[in-house]
Design a protein around this ligand. Sequence first.
Ligand code: GRF
Length: 216
Amino acid sequence: MTRIVVLISGGGSNLQSLLDQCQTGSLDADIVAVISNRPDAFGLSRARQAGVKALTLDHTGYANRAAFDAALAELIEAQQPDLIVLAGFMRILTDDFVRRFPGKMINIHPSLLPRYPGLNTHQRALDAGDSQAGATVHFVTAELDGGPPIAQVEVPISDQDDAESLARKVLAQEHRLYPTVVDWFVKGRLRLDANQVLLDDQPLPKGGRLLDTASL
Ligand code: GRF
């Protein structure tokens, strides 16, 4: 069975949706460990509750980013994962770290990349007068939120939306988008070949596959 390590820093609602799908069997994978860089991350309790190993590697205990990333890479490798899933993991990763897991690490980001990498994505979409917000799952490269997109889901922005309401709506879609993409990987349908994302051996368009909320 596909061994997955999930990295978190906070609430872990995306983690929860993956745990739930593994539990019901709709995702045929084994989440072998959850690792947080913050000892107080609520997602750690979610892991324990599901009977999954919950580990903390506190970045504040390391002299610099390179030292933390080296320790994190070792801890991940010790779990022998096939896939590393970043789910609200709020750390910029070094090049050396990313290079240790080529084609094996994915992230979810709450915007339609390449729009709005980084923080405050929803407020930025509102300020720009966008009609659509959304989320993107992408392979991780050293560039922040810049790796090749795998799939996106769009969420329409209404006149009444503020950053909070939009975040809620997008997060609800993230909970459906992420397991869908993880399922592709688990079934061997998804791979990264020299920066090109392939689904069922077919190259995906630059933004990844655009999924309809109804199809998720
Ligand atoms: C999500 O919006 C995700 O896109 C971003 O961080 C948030 C994590 O939320 N990378 P949660 O911890 O999964 O609830």
